[in-house]
Design a protein around this ligand. Structure first.
Ligand SMILES: [Zn+2]
Length: 571
C-alpha cells in the first residue's frame, strides 16, 4: 500500500503541464493549456489542462484526471506503476505502508538476470539453423523476430550455466528460469523451445513463453508466477503494440504469442495475447483505458467459445459507454496466424470491422439457450440474464440491454428492474451539460463548482448539511472526506481520492465547467453567496409548505417553526 499522504505530496510536487508535455505538446490558451485530445479523435483542441488546479479535462470525450490519472490512461499503466514512474521523475522514493498483502521485494538484479537470459537466448537462435528454419517456415522476418526479442533455448539441461555468473544463485529459481529438483539438482525450465520474452509496459523482461518446435508436450510453457511476473496482469505484446493501439484506437486480443507475432508480421501491430490465463477484469480495464475498441479474437472451436464467454463476463463490470467491445470468431481450424497468412491483412481487418458487438454476442448466446415461444423459456431468459445485466455499470449500455432483454421476455423495463431488485438506470452525465442549462445553474451546481476548485470550502458547510440529487450526494461525500483528512488538501488530491467512485463523473463535469474561471475569480465569495441563496430557498419552500397546510391547522411545533422561519427572513 502506498500511503495516502505520499500521493498528496507527489501531486503537490508534480506539475501536470510538465507531465503531459512528455507525451504531447500543449498550447497556452487563456488561463489554461490545450491540445487535441489523445483519447479521442478530434481536429480542434478540447483537451484542457489547468496548471493552477493540476487537472485535465476533455470537453469532447469527458476524459479527466490528475497527472497520475493521465499517465495511467495514456501509458496504460496501473496505479502503482504510474505513481512509481512519476515519483522517480521528481526524485521521490515511494514508501511502503505495511499491509496484509505480502509484498514482493523486487531486487533490480532480477530484471538484469532476465535481460541476461534474453540476450543469451537470442544469441542461441542465431546459432541454430533448425530454429531459424522453423521461424522462417512460419513466415517471420528477422526484423519482427528482433522486435519481439525472440530467441531459442537449446536442447540441454543446463544451458544457462554458460550465461550467468553463478548457476547456484537463488535468483535463478526466483525468476523461474531454473527449477530445483530433488536432491538439489538444478536444471533449466526452458529446453529446446522458441523463446518469447514477456515484457512489461516499461520494456523490462519479466518472464518468458516457450513454444516447442516439433511435436511434444506441453506445446506452450510459460514462466511461473514470480516477483516480476503476475499472469493475470500482463499481456503479451502490449509494450510493442502500445503506439499502434493508440494510433488505431483499437486492440485485438488473441490467444497466443505466435498469433501476436504473425499479425505484426502482416502489419497488424495492435495485437496482444493473454498468457495462459483467461482474460481477467484487470486486462479489460487496462485495454479500455488505452483505446476505443477492444476486439477479442478467438478460435472457432469449443475452447475458443468458452474463452470468449469468460472475456465477456469479465468485461461487463468494466464497460464504458461509448467504447466498443467486439468478438470475432474465426472459421474452424483457423487461428489468427493461419487466417492472416491464408487470406491477408485486409481480410483480417475487415473481419475486425465486422466483429460481433458485445451486446449482440450476449443476446445471441442467451436466446440460443432458451425457447422464447414458451413462458418457461422467457422466464429462463430472465434468470440467465440477471447476473449479466446486474454486473453492468455503464449507464447507457445497461439501459439498452435491459430494454432489449425485457422486450424479448415480454415484460417492461420497470418490471425487469423490480424483478432483479436493481435501481433504474440514471441517464449518464459524462459530457458537459448543454449551454442553455449552464447559463442558469442550480444553486447546488454552483456550490459544487466552487468546491471542486477549492475543496477546503466544504469545511464551512454546516455539520448536518444535506442536499438533493447527485450534486447533493457528491457534496456530502466531499465534506465527509474533508472531515477525515486533516491535511492540507487540493483539487488534485480530491480528484485522485474520488477516482472510480460514483461521484467521479459529477465532480469531473463540475471541474470542466469551472475550468475557465480566471485566477482573480473570487471562489470563496461565490461559494458564500450560493450557500446563502440555498438556505434562503429552503427557508422559503418550508414556509410555503407550512402555509399551504393552513395556519390554523398547524400543531404547536409547526407553529413555532413557522414563526422562527419568518423571523429569520427579516434579519
Ligand atoms: Zn477527449
Amino acid at each position: 500500500m502506498i500511503p495516502k499522504s505520499f500521493i498528496q505530496d507527489l501531486l503537490n510536487r508534480l506539475d501536470i503541464v510538465d507531465v503531459i508535455e512528455r507525451y504531447l505538446p500543449l498550447k497556452k490558451a487563456g488561463a489554461n493549456f490545450v491540445a487535441c485530445c489523445p483519447f479521442h479523435n478530434e481536429k480542434s483542441p478540447s483537451f484542457t489542462v489547468s496548471q493552477s488546479k493540476q487537472f485535465y479535462h476533455c470537453f469532447g470525450c469527458g476524459a479527466h484526471g490528475t497527472a497520475i490519472g493521465f499517465v495511467m490512461e495514456h501509458a496504460g499503466m496501473g496505479f502503482v506503476e504510474a505513481v512509481e514512474d512519476l515519483a522517480k521523475s521528481v526524485g521521490m522514493v515511494v514508501p511502503q505502508e505495511a499491509s496484509n498483502v505480502p509484498q514482493h521485494k523486487v531486487a533490480p538484479d532480477l530484471y538484469e538476470l532476465m535481460q541476461t537470459a534474453t540476450r543469451y537466448y537470442r544469441e542461441q537462435l542465431k546459432q541454430s539453423p533448425r530454429a531459424i528454419e522453423y521461424l522462417k517456415k512460419r513466415g517471420l522476418s528477422g526484423e519482427v523476430a528482433a522486435k519481439f526479442g525472440i530467441g531459442f533455448a537449446p536442447d540441454a539441461w543446463q544451458n544457462l550455466i554458460s550465461a550467468v555468473a553463478n548457476y547456484q544463485d537463488a535468483s535463478l529459481v526466483e525468476t523461474g528460469l531454473v527449477i530445483e529438483g530433488d536432491s538439489d539438482k538444478r536444471y533449466d525450465r526452458f529446453r529446446d523451445r522458441i523463446m518469447f520474452p514477456i515484457v512489461n509496459v516499461r520494456g523490462q523482461v519479466i518472464g518468458f513463453g516457450g513454444r516447442i518446435l516439433d511435436k511434444g508436450e506441453p506445446k506452450y510453457l510459460n514462466s511461473p508466477e514470480t516477483p516480476l511476473f503476475a499472469k493475470g496482469h500482463e499481456l503479451y505484446g502490449l509494450f510493442q503494440a502500445q503506439k499502434s493501439i493508440r494510433a488505431h484506437q483499437r486492440v485485438v486480443v488473441v490467444e497466443g504469442y505466435m498469433d501476436v507475432v504473425a499479425l505484426a508480421q502482416h502489419g497488424v501491430e495492435y495485437a496482444v495475447a493473454t498468457l495462459g490465463t483467461a482474460t481477467t477484469p484487470f486486462h479489460v480495464q487496462k485495454l479500455l483505458r488505452l483505446c476505443e475498441q477492444v476486439v477479442f479474437c478467438f478460435d472457432g472451436d469449443k475452447a475458443g467459445q468458452k474463452a470468449a464467454w469468460r472475456a465477456l463476463e469479465n468485461s461487463l463490470p468494466h464497460l464504458v459507454d461509448g467504447k466498443r467491445i467486439g468478438f470475432l470468431f474465426l472459421p474452424e481450424e483457423h487461428d489468427p496466424d493461419i487466417f492472416i497468412r491464408e487470406f491477408g491483412t485486409e481480410a483480417f481487418e475487415n473481419e475486425l470491422d465486422n466483429s460481433l458487438p458485445l451486446s449482440g454476442y450476449l443476446l445471441r448466446e442467451l436466446t440460443n439457450q432458451v425457447d422464447l415461444h414458451t413462458q418457461e423459456g422467457r422466464s429462463a431468459l430472465l434468470q440467465k440474464a440477471q447476473p449479466l445485466l446486474t454486473a453492468i455499470t455503464a449507464p447507457t449500455t445497461a439501459l439498452l440491454l435491459r430494454k432489449e432483454v425485457a422486450a424479448l421476455a415480454g415484460v417492461t423495463q420497470a418490471e425487469l428492474e423490480a424483478l432483479y431488485v436493481i435501481k433504474p438506470v440514471v441517464p449518464p452525465n459524462r459530457t458537459a451539460p448543454p449551454k442553455s442549462k449552464r447559463s442558469t445553474p442550480s444553486g447546488l451546481r454552483t456550490l459544487l463548482r466552487c468546491l471542486v476548485i477549492r475543496p477546503e470550502l466544504a469545511r464551512e458547510l454546516p455539520n448536518d448539511w444535506q442536499g438533493e440529487g447527485v450534486e447533493g450526494a457528491a457534496i456530502a461525500a466531499l465534506a465527509d472526506w474533508l472531515h477525515e483528512s486533516a491535511d492540507e488538501t487540493s483539487t488534485a488530491a480530491m480528484i485522485q481520492h474520488f477516482q472510480g467512485t460514483v461521484h467521479e463523473i459529477i465532480f469531473a463535469s463540475a471541474q470542466g465547467e469551472a475550468m475557465n474561471w480566471g485566477e482573480d475569480f473570487n471562489v470563496a465569495a461565490e461559494f458564500a453567496g450560493s450557500l446563502e441563496k440555498l438556505h434562503d430557498e429552503s427557508r422559503k419552500s418550508e414556509l410555503e409548505f407550512l402555509h399551504s397546510k393552513g395556519l390554523n391547522a398547524l400543531n404547536e411545533q409547526e407553529r413555532a417553526r413557522y414563526l422562527q422561519l419568518l423571523q429569520r427572513g427579516q434579519t
